[in-house]
Design a protein around this ligand. Structure first.
Ligand code: SF4
Length: 478
């Protein structure tokens, strides 16, 4: 097919999924396809699915129902389904939805151009075999016409899969066993991205700080996660490094120390807690208790006092009592999370917890969720209010939904909406901002353009620590 063919991808779920979407977009560009802004302009529609919660899975089925009309509205339109639900359900999707042309699992992203070509000649198929060798990481460099979703920022996969088997989590089944990518390939990709103007890199892995652990333990390699961070921190042009999602048990002294030593390692850690109750943590098979979690937080703050900690929490897990829930609230207050994602427990197929008969009444779970979210909102607002009057640097992502403003994130991963002057900075640029107002979801700032005319190339940015701002905010209520 000619180069005028266009694709659109709907992405659900985590950053790993978002990055898979980027990989598919890049592969399709190499195959001659171009991106369409929306479904109506596309010849190929891909849905990158998430199965972490039941609700996300249902969304796919409702999407596919609606896509029947989209497909029949023009000839030659194709539909593909990828991601975790595709990995889990495979053939069942193809059987149940005749409008779907192909299904690809989490290890088969590389096959998408081939699957599209087969679908164009009428061949429907499912590819979801597990790829256990390093070939799954072999992907082409960024196509010149494809700059990534957000200019200036990029994800880099460092490991995939998970060997932890938490009792509620479907990921080890949908993403397979843990496999780490060679450090040399990761560093080479980061160097290439830096050469193209990428300033912020987010290292991705399901348990990202477990990176390299199997090879290190067997004596095959000596690059653990902290050593990897140090290598990436040394790449010229990389001003910000983030990573997600770590597991509390893989924080060692070296990693905590890195937070105090590496200037371009952002002062933000998203550290899933899930529950503050030791009894629930044990049922979740998290392999740590609340005290161990708090020790990690303390070590991080010792290394980097202004670090912002955010988290994931589940309420209504089987067996969770009122006292267990109060423990969660206690730990939430003790840590003082700057933000958190919280959910009601949702049983997932083939997980240990799904078979636990000790269910929490859904109304009780709902009340707990409401109480927890209220607590988290109050913490976020307090953290934001404490920033007012301070200065920071934002990496511009685009126009804000608030008219006449740009939106970006600061090193603490806070969303900042900032009013602009006549020549607003472009996505991918770094700009200095003074915080003037706090809202529950974001900070409102004023760009300080006049004092730093060189914002166009971001040279005033000194790593993740805003130059001249002293203690960056020093202002989180930690
Ligand atoms: S560490 Fe637990 S929650 Fe995280 S991906 Fe692995 S099994 Fe799921």
């Amino acid at each position: 097919m000619g180069s005028s063919r266009r694709f659109h991808i709907r992405t659900y779920g985590c950053q790993m999924n978002q990055h898979d979407t980027e990989k598919v977009s890049n592969l399709l560009h190499h195959a001659g396809w171009r991106q369409a802004a929306e479904d109506a302009d596309a010849d190929l529609l891909l849905i990158n699915t998430c199965s972490i919660r039941e609700k996300a899975e249902h969304r796919l089925y409702s999407d596919l129902g609606l896509l029947r009309d989209w497909k029949s509205a023009a000839s030659g339109r194709l539909v593909g389904v990828g991601g975790c639900v595709a990995q889990q359900e495979g053939d069942a999707i193809l059987r149940r939805f005749p409008q779907v042309d192909f299904v690809f699992g989490t290890h088969n992203v590389r096959l998408v151009p081939e699957l599209v070509a087969a679908a164009e000649s009428g061949r429907r198929q499912v590819r979801r075999e597990e790829v256990r060798d390093l070939s799954r990481f072999d992907l082409p460099e960024r196509h010149p016409d494809w700059q990534g979703v957000t200019p200036g920022r990029a994800f880099v996969t460092v490991m995939e899969g998970c060997d932890m088997f938490c009792s509620f989590c479907i990921v080890p089944r949908t993403r397979g066993r843990e496999i780490s990518r060679p450090a040399a390939a990761i560093v080479a990709e980061a160097q290439e991205l830096a050469a193209r103007g990428v300033r912020e890199i987010t290292l991705l892995g399901q348990t990202v700080n477990a990176y390299g652990r199997h090879a290190v333990r067997r004596g095959h390699d000596d690059v653990g996660f902290a050593a990897l961070l140090r290598r990436i921190a040394g790449i010229p042009g990389i001003e910000r490094i983030r990573y997600t999602s770590p597991h509390p048990i893989f924080f060692d002294e070296d990693l905590c120390r890195a937070h105090g030593e590496l200037e371009n390692l952002c002062p933000h850690v998203h550290l899933p807690l899930q529950s503050g109750s030791d009894a629930v943590l044990a049922r979740m098979r998290r392999r740590h208790d609340a005290e161990a979690y708090l020790r990690v937080v303390e070590a991080l703050r010792h290394a980097r006092p202004d670090v912002a900690i955010t988290t994931d929490l589940i309420v209504g897990f089987p067996g969770e009592s009122d006292a267990d829930f109060r423990e969660t609230l206690r730990v939430v207050d003790e840590v003082g999370f700057v933000d958190g994602y919280s959910f009601k427990y949702s049983p997932r197929p083939e997980t240990v917890a799904a078979g636990d008969p000790d269910r929490v009444d859904p109304d009780v779970a709902q009340e707990r969720l409401a109480a927890l979210q209220e607590r988290l909102r109050a913490l976020t607002l307090a953290a934001h209010r404490a920033r007012v009057g301070g200065r920071t640097q934002i990496l511009i992502e685009g126009e804000s939904r608030r008219g006449g403003q740009v939106m970006g994130r600061d090193p603490w991963h806070r969303v900042v909406n900032a009013a602009t002057g006549a020549a607003p900075p472009q996505p991918g640029q770094v700009a200095p901002v003074r915080i003037v107002e706090a809202t529950p979801h974001s900070l409102i700032g004023q760009l300080e353009v006049k004092e730093t005319p060189e914002i166009a190339d971001g040279r005033e940015t000194e790593g993740c620590r805003p130059r001249g701002a002293g203690s960056p905010t020093g202002t989180f209520p930690l």
